[in-house]
Ligand binder design. Structure first.
Ligand SMILES: Nc1nc2c(ncn2[C@@H]2O[C@H](COP(=O)(O)OP(=O)(O)O)[C@@H](O)[C@H]2O)c(=O)[nH]1
Ligand SMILES: [Mg+2]
Length: 302
């Protein structure tokens, strides 16, 4: 565990290099002046906090600086840490009150869904849960194969559809099979919907409805996998998925290779969705629960 945590930190410090890393020089021994605010603003925007969040952070900081009569830019660091941390909710505890719990993983092609399904499968299995993977991305043969390879690697059973078969039917079968096998948790890997393609979103809605027919109350969660390297564009995708299905949380994949970790704040403030996990590499163990304290400390670390 401490090993993963330190790798996460190093991942974050890499991801922060572009903008957050440069904050350090801003928090020097100088007096706070107009230039300090301008630079801070541009660094936060570059780090992908988004305009709205950036302006809100700056307004709060200015207010504190004014009311407390703070003049040294070195004092801004801890204030910024507080402001950033305030904008991230603690990740909600994952409750598995029914059995089986059905979780849909959604997101555009290449965002990291299949890899994340495997990582989650391994993680929950390690926690003692009986997991079933369902490969419902039947649009591409390679997609089913990919999850099958992963399932074997992480030692989790899988129900896979034939290439070209109805993804709804695969999900139905998967849930039936989970019920009869006494599985605790079903992770459904769906096709990468192009969020601009209306019919593909309709297809996803259908998968959602079919899950509810197979098991009342399902799906119990819909986790949107976002590629952290796509920055603000991920927000546009997220809104489209939110409109189509009831997204309940976000998994921020590829944070290790992102120069824009600030997206986490924009996801939280502009979408109101909790970030549940962060993907920090391509291997099965490279997934960690999103810890807002460690995240903020990580991005402000020198
Ligand atoms: N560096 C890194 N690569 C990742 C991560 N998650 C997924 N990938 C890679 O991103 C690519 C697309 O992932 P995949 O799971 O197939 O995406 P999908 O199309 O949404 O199912 C693959 O090459 C994965 O190895 C991550 O957290 N970090
Ligand atoms: Mg996939």
């Amino acid at each position: 565990m401490p090993d993963l945590f330190s790798r996460w930190k190093s991942g974050l410090s890499r991801s922060s290099k572009a903008a957050f890393g440069r904050l350090a020089s801003l928090f020097g021994a100088t007096e706070i002046n107009a230039q300090t605010w301008d630079e801070l603003e541009s660094l936060l925007i570059q780090a992908d906090l988004g305009l709205e969040t950036t302006e809100s952070v700056l307004a709060s900081l200015r207010n504190v600086v004014q009311t407390r009569g703070i003049t040294r830019s070195a004092d801004l660091r801890s204030l910024l840490e507080i402001e950033l941390r305030r904008r991230l909710d603690a990740s909600p505890a994952l409750e598995f009150s029914s059995k089986p719990v059905i979780i849909l993983l959604v997101g555009v092609n290449g965002s990291g869904k299949t890899t994340t399904a495997a990582k989650l499968g391994r993680r929950f299995t390690d926690e003692g849960k009986r997991v079933l993977l369902v490969a419902a991305d039947t649009f591409r043969a390679a997609a089913v194969d990919q999850l099958q390879v992963w399932a074997e690697r992480v030692g989790v059973p899988i129900v896979a559809g034939q290439m070209g078969s109805d993804p709804g039917a695969v999900v139905y079968d998967g849930i039936q099979s989970a019920i009869s096998r006494g599985v605790d948790l079903v992770l459904v890997d769906t096709a990468g919907r192009l969020h601009t393609r209306y019919n593909l979103m309709e297809e996803l809605k259908k998968v959602y409805r079919v899950a509810g027919k197979a098991l009342s109350g399902a799906p119990h969660a819909v986790w949107l996998v976002l590629d952290a390297t796509t920055g603000q564009n991920a927000l546009v995708q997220a809104r489209a998925f939110k409109t189509a299905v009831n997204v309940t949380g976000v998994i921020l994949a590829k944070l290790d290779s992102s120069a824009r970790g600030g997206m986490a704040f924009a996801i939280q403030s502009e979408l109101g969705l909790p970030i549940l996990f962060a993907g920090l590499g391509e291997k099965a163990e490279d997934l960690t629960p999103f810890d807002p304290d460690a995240f903020v400390k990580g991005i402000l670390a020198e």
